[in-house]
Ligand binder design. Structure first.
Ligand SMILES: *Cc1c(COP(=O)(O)O)cnc(C)c1O
Length: 468
């Protein structure tokens, strides 16, 4: 057959719809998904014929593709997956993992009416932020607090409210970029403030800040270096000194803390980040940090500090554009409640729990994964893949603690019948997807971020990917 005849021999959309398979699909998938799947599959075949490949033209030969596409079109695009990268605060994989109890509270609030902006005591309109103010002030020791959409929004609204049209002094060592669009100079430009950079990349002194203060200065800004470190001959001005300088010149001092740790992690062998409480105690007037980095809560940006400044920020028109919804507020309040008891926070907030796991616990889980995969592969296991448990290092992610490598254990898979890249791809495209890292021609499954209840699913995914 020539190409024209081949094209003409393709079944029509209607014929496929009326075939037994077509009728069956219309029972299981929305009709529009079935229609689109048929049209797209037919179009692909037409293109293949034009390229000179004329195979598979009957309904029987077409249906597996149509069905797969209809399934894809009618299922959620946003889906859970298994994070085997070991990176706990993985921005691309959804950052924080919330405890079930937090979601129970979100559900109670989302599925009905609530006192979101209603003061039950006074019987009139109340403040949406009141629900998290108390607990935030209690935990951080600050006078007042607000929550906005994320930390980027927090920085933007603080700068806009306190320094638009004026100068903000920042060290050259802190003009950071955090993943693409958040760059301090750009955020400052967007807020209408003028960046007055001082010092050098590696060293900034108190006298650099002081020398730059003029009548135009509105704010002194400190930014956490987050995802990078300057090492060697370095120097930065501490938060106490900077706060004192601000007081001397009656200028507010703001610290974009990025991750915002509420618990001192030093006793866990993790290099010390200043906690939010320490920054507040040092006299910094305003602190901003993320809700879904080390805090382990929902996406959000916390602004905490002096009451007078917080009130000025709360009145800024951007607040309305950046405000959080009731789901976020419910999740925030429920997450923050854990911090009223630090032990509870460390044991029950998945982010902290995963970061603070003991090496023995990680080794045990990696062993279980490796032996379960061997078991699942059966007698021919040794011909399909070799599995080993080894020590490795994982990173916290989320711009938090970049210099700290957490000792971990991985199940290292060496596939013998397919390339490691192919294995990685199969796992990534599976259901549920499994995201792992490749190193030295091995696929590493890091026990740190694999939850115990996911092991069975993970093992089946690895088995299927190796055996396919
Ligand atoms: C992560 C980070 C931000 C951005 O926070 P989001 O909550 O992702 O908007 C801003 N500043 C610093 C220093 C950060 O580490």
């Amino acid at each position: 057959m020539d190409k024209r005849q081949l094209l003409a021999s393709l079944p029509s959309v209607d014929e496929i719809l009326k075939s037994p398979k077509g009728l069956e699909w219309q029972q299981s998938f929305p009709r529009r998904c079935v229609l689109r799947a048929i049209r797209e599959t037919l179009e692909q075949r037409r293109q293949a014929i034009r390229r000179g490949d004329g195979k598979g033209l009957s309904i029987a030969e077409l249906w597996p593709d149509i069905q797969a596409r209809a399934e894809e079109l009618s299922s959620f695009s946003l889906q859970p997956l298994i994070n085997a990268t070991g990176i706990v605060i993985h921005t691309n994989l959804g950052r924080s993992v919330l405890p079930e109890e937090v979601l129970d509270q979100v559900k109670r609030i989302a599925c009905g009416y609530s006192n979101l902006e209603y003061d039950l005591g006074k019987g009139r309109r109340g403040k949406r932020y009141a629900h998290v103010q108390e607990v935030l002030n209690e935990i951080t020791g600050a006078e007042a607090s607000l929550i906005v959409n994320n930390n980027a929004a927090a920085v933007l609204v603080c700068l806009s409210a306190l320094a638009a049209g004026q100068e903000v002094i920042v060290s050259r060592g802190e003009l950071v970029e955090i993943g693409g669009s958040f760059r301090i100079p750009d955020v400052m430009a967007a807020s209408g403030t003028l960046l007055r950079e001082v010092g050098t990349t590696n060293k900034t002194h108190l006298r650099d800040y002081e020398g730059a203060i003029t009548a135009e200065t509105a704010l002194l800004l400190k930014v956490h270096q987050s995802n990078y470190r300057i090492i060697g001959f370095t120097g930065e001005v501490g938060i106490e000194e900077m706060s004192a300088l601000g007081r001397k010149h009656s200028l507010p001092v703001m610290f974009d803390l990025g991750s915002g740790c509420l618990i001192d992690l030093k006793p866990y062998g993790v290099q010390r980040e200043p906690t939010v409480q320490e920054v507040v105690r040092a006299g910094v007037d305003l602190v901003t940090f993320s809700g879904d980095k080390l805090l382990g809560g929902p996406q959000g940006g916390v602004i905490t500090g002096k009451r007078e400044l917080i009130e000025r920020i709360a009145r800024h028109p951007l607040m309305r554009a950046l405000r959080v919804d009731k789901l976020t507020l419910a999740a925030f309040e429920a997450t923050l409640m854990y911090y009223l008891d630090e032990e509870k926070a460390k044991e029950q907030l998945p982010t902290l729990k995963m970061l603070l796991q003991h090496p023995e616990e990680l080794e045990g889980r990696a062993q279980r994964i490796a032996s379960a995969v061997r078991g699942a592969l059966g007698v021919s296991s040794e011909a399909i893949a070799s599995l080993q448990v080894r020590e490795d290092f994982s990173q916290s992610g989320g711009g938090a603690l970049p210099e700290v490598e957490f000792k971990t254990y991985v199940a290292a898979v060496k596939p013998l019948r397919l390339s490691v890249n192919r294995l990685e791809e199969r796992l990534r495209r599976g259901r549920p997807p499994v995201i792992a890292r490749i190193q030295d021609d091995l696929l590493l499954l890091d026990a740190r971020t694999v939850r115990d209840h996911e092991i069975v699913t993970l093992v089946e995914a690895v088995r299927a990917a190796l055996a396919a």
